[in-house]
Design a binder for this molecule. Structure first.
Ligand code: CA
Length: 228
């Protein structure tokens, strides 16, 4: 059975590009051009993933994030031209899984969909426990981190931070989420901890810490462990 994706996008050209791209990949594609049309479609059937534009003719896509999240756990990917970091954080906190900033390329879109589906799928609560990308190999159960086949020693906090990112590999994790999960909910404003520890992790894991390939910065929002 093919996966169903709902594309909510009022830009005709972009909508048809997304429709054909996703259809080629084997998705069953439904499209809506407005908040109200998306609502109507969602009343009849629940898709497996929603790609959601924010600026829609009859309202803002963010309204839909909250509405959908009240009833469903399906992945919601924001596809938007907007760049405000505060807004991205708000959407992620409201229950969106990730965001893509226009213009994006097709490979990026498909990769984000795959990541979101995987995280919302069977391993919903547990997350990933191993991570193998390029020269980096992490096995959380074995407490093992290797770069180019050589073991890397991490401090307990560095390991917790990396483990949190491995469990959400490919997805953005906000500063607040990282601080709460690694240091505790009373530390969510201490973003300087993150800068410090991310610097240490990069020094140990990245070939060139100034041009990280694994531990990516999402400016003003959080960090993302590259999934491929
Ligand atoms: Ca729009």
């Amino acid at each position: 059975m093919s996966l169903r994706v709902l594309v909510v996008e009022d830009d005709r050209e972009l909508r048809s590009m997304m429709r054909s791209t996703l259809a080629v990949e084997g998705f069953e594609v439904q499209t809506a051009v407005s908040v109200s049309e998306a609502r109507a479609l969602l009343r009849h059937a629940t898709p497996d993933v929603i790609l959601l534009d924010l600026g829609l003719p009859d309202g803002d896509g963010s309204e839909l994030v909250r509405e959908v999240r009240r009833q469903h756990s399906l992945p919601i990917l924001i596809v938007s031209a907007r760049h405000q970091e505060a807004e991205k954080i708000k959407l992620l906190d409201a229950g969106a899984d990730d965001y893509l900033t226009k213009p994006f390329n097709v490979g990026e879109l498909l990769a984000r969909i795959r990541v979101a589906l995987r995280h919302r799928g069977t391993a919903l609560a547990a997350g990933e426990t191993t991570h193998e990308v390029g020269d980096l190999h992490v096995d959380l159960n074995e407490h093992l981190v290797e770069v180019k086949g050589e073991p890397v020693h991490l401090t307990p906090t560095e390991f917790k931070l990396l483990a949190r990112l491995v469990r959400s590999a490919g997805k953005v994790v906000t500063h607040r989420q990282l601080l709460a999960d690694v240091w505790g909910s009373e530390f969510t404003e201490h973003t300087h901890y993150l800068r410090l520890y991310m610097g240490q992790l990069r020094a140990k894991i990245e070939e060139d810490p100034a041009e990280p390939r694994h531990l990516l910065t999402e400016t003003g929002v959080g960090y993302r462990l590259a999934a491929a």
